[in-house]
Design a protein around this ligand. Structure first.
Ligand SMILES: C[S@@+](CC[C@H](N)C(=O)[O-])C[C@H]1O[C@@H](n2cnc3c(N)ncnc32)[C@H](O)[C@@H]1O
Length: 254
């Protein structure tokens, strides 16, 4: 999927806020081996490394465009690698901390993904994950709906980006079933106050809209965007646009 770091970073502070909440759940210890799955531009990975003195932190991401913006320290304390989360999980290595901020919603089949991730955590280690609760978020639901309309449905041929994100109680069960000794799992609303629908469209353009557009031929991309804009106007008629963006946060020790 073609990520655009500039579009993604248009809402830097709104997108960073949940990361700080996730970081607050981390039990800080010295000399940890840490991995950040789907690290993006790596700015937040660098903050993670700063919060963990003496630790070695690896950020992995499959997007070269995002990684091109990553901080190059050269010191070995903070490293980045272009690799998919799926391929990274095939490696034998285990970690003291596995963190993922706003990335695992792009990886399918959480019923098998989460147990697999947990096998990569050392005894006593920690898992920290933040993801949008996509099934509850109207901007995602409207994209799914538009994907079933013609002429798009004809091109998508049954494809629709149905979110892999589960209900939070299921994540709590998966953590328990896979050996969690303690956990915090909760949903939190991050209020977005945006000037107008155009700003909301820009917000979605940085993430959820991308897979819908990249499957369309050039001449239908702007039509899809316009149809989506019309839908957003119907559901968000007031200005400023208030959008209660719901996210799932979890921290567990094993
Ligand atoms: C919304 S961004 C979040 C980036 C960063 N964690 C942050 O909080 O700013 C999602 C990132 O996940 C990456 N991503 C999505 N699917 C991936 C996969 N299967 N393997 C590796 N990275 C993936 C994307 O390339 C993108 O950089």
């Amino acid at each position: 999927m073609a990520w655009n770091p500039d579009t993604y970073n248009r809402f830097k502070s709104e997108r960073s806020a949940p990361f700080y909440d996730l970081l607050a759940l981390l039990k800080v210890q010295p000399d940890l081996n840490v991995i950040d799955l789907g690290c993006g531009t790596g700015e937040l990975t660098a903050l993670l490394a700063e919060a963990l003195p003496g630790s070695h932190v690896l950020g992995v991401d499959s997007s070269r465009e995002m990684l091109d913006k990553s901080v190059k320290t050269g010191g070995g304390v903070l490293r980045f690698e272009c690799i998919s989360i799926e391929d990274q999980l095939k490696k034998q290595q285990q970690w003291d901390v596995v963190l993922s901020n706003a990335a695992l919603q792009w990886v399918p089949d959480h019923e098998t993904l989460f147990p697999r991730i947990i096998t990569k955590i050392k005894p006593g280690g920690q898992l920290l994950v933040q993801m949008p609760a996509q099934h509850h978020n109207l901007t995602n639901q409207l994209l799914e709906e538009l994907g079933t309309w013609e002429p798009y449905a004809d091109i998508y041929q049954g494809w629709n980006r149905v979110s892999p994100v589960l209900e939070i109680n299921r994540y709590a069960e998966i953590l328990f079933e896979n050996g969690s000794k303690s956990m915090q799992v909760f949903e939190k609303i991050y209020p977005l106050v945006l000037d107008d629908v155009e700003a909301l469209l820009t917000w979605v353009s940085g993430t959820a809209l991308i897979p819908y557009l990249e499957r369309l031929p050039e001449h239908l991309k702007s039509r899809f965007r316009n149809d989506y804009r019309v839908l957003l106007h119907q559901y968000f008629p007031k200005m400023p646009v208030f959008y209660p963006f719901k996210r799932i946060l979890m921290a567990a020790q094993f």
